[in-house]
Design a protein around this ligand. Sequence first.
Ligand code: HEC
Length: 143
Amino acid sequence: MKTMLSVALATLVLSGMARAEDARTPIVLGNDERAMVLKEMREFLDALRKMNAALAEENFAAAAQAARKVGRAAQQQVPPGLKKKLPRDFMQLGGATHAAFDRWAMDAETMEDVSLSLKQMGRLMNNCVACHARYRIEGPHRD
Ligand code: HEC
């Protein structure tokens, strides 16, 4: 009985801690909006994968092309309704990330320097890490 009680207590304390640890700010979106943002995220990841593979082959044109796919041009397709729901610094960080991909593409093409491009890729990815540490997305249904 005593053991059961302490197990129950430990579980309660641990689950409380787990909740407290997620200090990210929730952004509440509709299902379609959430799907749209997450799709954009997966495109970011895929772009990084392609940029990395192209760099390994010193194919700077292909690397730049992959980066531009998620550049500023991609961001302009965000519908105004969704834009309104996103916190201002989320929008800013998102915009800065799209712009960083365009800048990365330009430097990759003009400098043709693998080491520099890798360094810039690392810096660009600070944006991914910073935003992921700050926000999470909540939809009406998490399915
Ligand atoms: C402006 C904020 C922001 C930036 C910048 C950002 N993300 Fe995200 N990302 C998010 C949020 C919020 C989620 C949802 C996390 C959650 O709900 O737990 C997410 C989720 C993801 C996911 C999961 C997608 C899915 O289908 O579940 C991937 C992959 C991802 N991001 C990749 C990236 C990469 C790579 C970058 C940088 C190039 C990046 N993100 C930049 C905010 C951002």
